[in-house]
Design a protein around this ligand. Structure first.
Ligand code: ISL
Ligand code: CA
Length: 554
């Protein structure tokens, strides 16, 4: 068969839109599709050539759209199918492709499959989910597995002795991928969107779709009890290849899978082109470097060498074997400002971090607002936080013998809502996001950090990102060159070389607030500096200085 799947994703710079918080055009306090359309010229100007859109499907919004009740319709407050088609056309007109978020590990409990499954024991949809008899005459869950939001992974179906599996909230029942009929339905959903013109998918928690079928309790209990059964389950590769063979191969589309707790080995096996599964995955090893065991609530002091080592491992292990995604933010992570060695209020530090991740080998992603240096929300009460995860965790922590004030502060600091406050377009009352009070409060620093200010300041982070995107497009070495870390043990400086036959790029960033000497600089010429955040270059690197050198080898 003719494989239509090409490698355009290697040249993509992808901008993630969280629709709820991007731009509200009908003044209901929620972002919408028309809002996205109204900002496409802004994205074109920035230079990105692809958008990843977080879910816009119909949904009760228990988890902001990551709980889908209808895969082929739009959540009405965001717009309708015609708006969606218009958005796709307007994007394509500007040379911007679109990848949709695809959430197929679970549905909403309001999806017609699930409603039917629990209503009728003989329903063909019953086997679309994991429904099992509880222990102790149905009074206790079938096993001791735990989900990602801290709760037990089973909920009892009211008035029965049966329970259903859900790895996220109880309103997000897990789909049973063992059932071939379900897999055919999923493929049809993929085809529906590809035929409509979308260019690919960001596949939500994709490495959870296969589960070990023993459904036994695990002892002793690890923190995420049962994870050996549901992370990278036994049929994961088979299912992904099946989707590739039956769907992706017939379209020029790309896929990026969110892989929870992925090791390099898993990363290679999921992205090796010969296996025909996914084009790339999100590997969180570097964003997890400031916490213990991948649990964001157990955060620890940032250490540059740890961050460097983890990114180095991602880069080196995939060389010649698979493809990387590059990111420092998304809708689940707190903002990068003030994180990963940067300092809030110091734009140079965000430029240093920006160039550091952006020129690694792989496809860079930019999360909405990252390009203007949007900061964390600095929440002061649980009422300001809407995220179901934060509220669930708060309930659980409150029952534990832990220092209450400290735990509360941790929730404020790491809540996913830090990334979900409205995009700030200007300094008007509601930040140009809306004309009414939005669904979640605006950042208090909206008069400082907003798009209008960024566009008026030639030294803004926005223009720095614009410059980086342009540079990447103009120099193939950023896409295909080899990667080599320099001075991996240096605790203040992140430096690496990208090189192909024609060109060599050296990226050097200081993560220190003091001047730092760096021996490697002696080998380089100031006249080769193409991107930087300082006008003059001293012998030593200035605080948070970044220099991107381009050396022509011909
Ligand atoms: O954010 C997390 C923990 O705080 C992650 O564990 C996150 O839940 C995990 O990466 C899965 O995320 C994805 O699936 C979830 C959804 O809530 C997230 O927004 C989505 O990105 C369930 O669909
Ligand atoms: Ca709206």
């Amino acid at each position: 068969m003719n494989n239509k799947h090409t490698n355009w994703y290697k040249n993509a710079v992808i901008y993630q839109i969280y629709p709820r918080s991007f731009c509200d055009t009908n003044n209901d306090g929620l972002g919408d599709i028309n809002g996205i359309i109204s900002k496409l010229d802004y994205l074109k100007e920035l230079g990105v050539n692809c958008v990843w859109l977080s879910p816009i499907y119909d949904s009760p919004q228990k988890d902001n759209g990551y709980d889908i009740s209808n895969y082929t319709d739009i959540y009405p407050p965001f717009g309708n199918m015609n708006d969606c088609k218009k958005m796709i056309a307007e994007m394509h007109k500007r040379g911007i492709r679109l990848i949709m978020d695809l959430v197929v590990n679970h549905t909403s409990d309001k999806h017609k499959w699930f409603i039917d499954a629990i209503k009728d024991k003989n329903s063909p949809y019953r086997d679309y989910y994991y429904i099992r008899k509880g222990k102790k005459n149905g009074k206790k869950p079938p096993n001791n597995w735990k989900g990602f939001f801290g709760e037990g992974a089973w909920t009892r179906i009211e008035g029965t002795d049966e329970w259903y599996l859900h790895l996220f909230t109880k309103e997000q029942p897990d789909l049973n991928w063992e059932n071939p009929k379900l897999r055919e339905d999923i493929k049809n959903i993929l085809r529906f969107w590809l035929d409509l013109g979308v260019d690919g998918f960001r596949c939500d928690v994709i490495n959870l779709i296969s589960k070990k079928q023993d459904f036994k309790s695990r002892f002793p209990k690890p923190a995420l009890t049962g994870s050996d059964a549901f992370i990278n389950g036994p049929r994961l590769h088979e299912y992904l290849h099946e989707l590739y063979r039956d769907v992706y191969a017939n379209y020029d589309c790309m896929t990026v899978g969110e892989a929870v707790m992925a090791t390099s080995k898993v990363n290679i096996s999921l992205t090796d082109p010969a296996r025909e599964e996914l084009d790339m995955i999100f590997n969180f090893s570097h964003t997890d470097s400031d916490n213990i065991g991948g649990v964001k609530y157990f955060y620890r002091k940032f250490k540059l060498t740890r961050f460097k080592n983890r990114l180095n491992k991602q880069q080196v292990s995939l060389e010649g074997k698979g493809w990387n995604s590059l990111f420092i933010e998304n809708h689940d992570q707190r903002r990068s400002v003030g994180r990963f060695g940067t300092v809030e209020g110091n734009i140079n530090s965000s430029k240093a971090l920006g160039a550091t991740y952006f020129f690694l080998k792989g496809t860079p992603f930019i999360y909405q607002g990252q390009e203007i240096g949007m900061r964390n929300a600095h929440f002061k009460s649980m009422d300001e936080i809407k995220d179901v995860e934060s509220h669930n965790i708060k309930g659980i922590l409150d029952k534990m013998p832990l220092p209450k004030k400290k735990m509360q502060q941790i929730i404020y600091d790491v809540s996913r809502d830090n990334a979900r406050t409205p995009m700030i377009w200007d300094n008007s009352e509601f930040g140009g996001f809306s004309n009414i009070e939005p669904w979640i409060r605006l950042n208090k620093d909206k008069d400082i950090v907003n798009v209008k200010n960024a566009l008026e300041d030639k030294n803004s982070l926005y223009y720095f990102y614009q410059e980086m995107i342009k540079f990447k497009k103009e120099h193939q070495v950023i896409t295909d060159g080899s990667f080599k870390m320099i001075a991996i043990n240096n605790p203040h400086i992140f430096a690496y070389v990208r090189e192909n036959e024609d060109e060599k790029v050296v990226v050097i960033s200081s993560f220190s607030n003091k001047p730092r000497k760096f021996k490697y600089l002696e080998r380089l010429c100031d006249s080769d500096i193409k991107i930087t955040n300082y006008e003059k270059h001293e012998k030593a690197l200035q605080p948070f200085e970044v220099r991107v050198y381009l050396i022509d080898k011909k």
